[in-house]
Design a protein around this ligand. Structure first.
Ligand code: TYC
Length: 113
């Protein structure tokens, strides 16, 4: 039977409280990265079309959609939502395809938050 003298780093040496639960490292919870979906202003896409896009693909009511459309119109761009990578990618593709089919130059992009 092998024995060694107790050391300071022993969690339980019989000379004090067991600190093993207090010093155990926490497993950090990993959150998936989020992506902002941005709508860009242009001079040609009709305001009503942009409002429709925001209602249709981002689940906004008419007043919310109108507000965001006006923000894009005045400031040049706005964040229209924050999503996982896959959802953001799908929204961008849906908006770009819908705009292209209607021959409007509306641009929608995503960027990591
Ligand atoms: N600027 C456009 C106009 O005056 C309207 C518009 C708003 C276009 C938002 C794009 O993302 C946009 N008809």
């Amino acid at each position: 039977m092998s024995m060694r003298p107790p050391t300071l780093s022993d969690k339980t040496d019989g000379n004090g409280p067991d600190t093993s639960l207090l010093t155990k490292p926490k497993a950090k919870t990993q959150r998936p990265p989020l992506y902002k979906v941005l709508l860009l202003n242009d001079d040609y896409t009709p305001m009503e079309f942009v409002v429709h896009v925001l209602e249709r693909f981002f689940g906004l009511n008419h007043a919310q959609a109108f507000d965001i459309m006006l923000t894009v119109h005045k400031k040049g761009l706005a964040v229209v939502g924050v999503f996982s990578f896959e959802v953001a990618e799908t929204k961008v593709a849906q908006v770009m395809d819908f705009a292209r089919r209607h021959q409007h130059p509306l641009q929608c992009t995503m960027e990591k938050e």
